[in-house]
Design a protein around this ligand. Sequence first.
Ligand code: SF4
Ligand code: SF4
Length: 220
Amino acid sequence: MPGQRIAVIDHDKCFPDKCGWLCQRKCPVNRVGKDCITQNVEKFKAVIAEELCTGCGICPKICPFGAITIINLDIPLEEPVHQYGENMFRLHRLPIPRNNAVVGMIGRNGTGKSTAFNILSGIIVPNLGKWNEKGNYTTVKERFKGKELHAVFDKIESKELVVSIKPQHIERSRAHSKGACASCSIPSTKRKQTPSYKRSSWKRSPIASCRSSRGENCRK
Ligand code: SF4
Ligand code: SF4
């Protein structure tokens, strides 16, 4: 629906003991007696009721730690595919993997690329926005009934879909792979001659891919 909004609070930046619940004191909706910004006593963090928030933009500006983001939406969004928690990141769509094709995802940090990959590789079972419930594939497939993603989730659930993921932090690739460099399928001469790499990266990138696939010490 138009006028929908999303409130995100970064708990790692929310320190109510230092600000004295500034956002709650200044929120115009709270000031007229409604519980728009409340206190999560257990976590000692601010919570925003998106259905009460008018999107005035005051709290993101006054929070001294930049913990709040309010996104006013002009167009309605699909129901979330996955949400990590109250006022936390949520993913609304998924790319569709295709046989014998490459699906690329580009985007700024925090746009959900890793979440999407984790869902499509079966690491995360989507909770469809019900962050306080555990996701299950029966409900997920019901949601995508009649769509291409239904067949994808069928394969994920039955583990028919085999996924290979490069570690995000290639410097930690030793933790992901074992084996001898000699078994690596990339000839060392070919690695060194790859022309499009800058000097600083042509040494590292092929080595990293080599490590992540098979080898442990490709510098030999
Ligand atoms: S969100 Fe910001 S202003 Fe609100 S309680 Fe947390 S630190 Fe304070
Ligand atoms: S953006 Fe929403 S939560 Fe923040 S001060 Fe305005 S009405 Fe309150």
